[in-house]
Design a protein around this ligand. Structure first.
Ligand SMILES: [Zn+2]
Length: 150
């Protein structure tokens, strides 16, 4: 993007147009055609430069929007091991979302309940997460009572 070039091209076109206007009585037909050709060329350069600038502005607007979304996500995403939660507009938690998918590829995959006992499964990477309310089964182990092994 070169705004200086655009301004220079615009000044050139304006100067040519002024010259044509001020010398319309003294310029012969071929002189007028030559100056009009220069004017058309200058206007074509301006059109090309303007299109390039417009395209860059659109690109930058998209980048700004993307960065805003990333910032919002960063502010609203909460990690509570073993998974993520998303804060909504009412400051409530939504989710949970898969930690592995988000950390690896920034994908927010909602976890699905997997049986009972606070277990959650990601249908994208097939990981299963045990929530904080999960109580591990102790098959084949003796019960621990009052901190002492019996
Ligand atoms: Zn996953």
């Amino acid at each position: 993007m070169d705004l200086t070039l655009l301004l220079t091209q615009t000044k050139t076109a304006v100067d040519i147009a002024k010259f044509i206007k001020s010398s319309s009585d003294t310029l012969d037909k071929s002189g007028q055609k030559l100056k009009l050709a220069e004017l058309i060329e200058a206007l074509a350069d301006i059109k090309m430069e303007t299109a390039e600038i417009k395209s860059l502005i659109i690109e930058k607007d998209e980048k700004i929007e993307s960065l805003k979304n990333q910032l919002k996500l960063k502010n609203d995403l909460i990690y509570e091991a073993p998974y993520y939660w998303m804060k909504n507009e009412n400051d409530e938690k939504e989710g949970p979302f898969c930690q592995k998918c988000y950390d690896a590829s920034k994908q927010l995959i909602r976890l699905q309940k997997f049986g009972t006992n606070d277990r959650w499964k990601c249908h994208n990477c097939d990981n299963v997460f045990n929530g904080r309310g999960n109580t591990p089964k102790r098959k084949g182990m003796k019960e621990i009572s009052r901190g002492f092994s019996i």
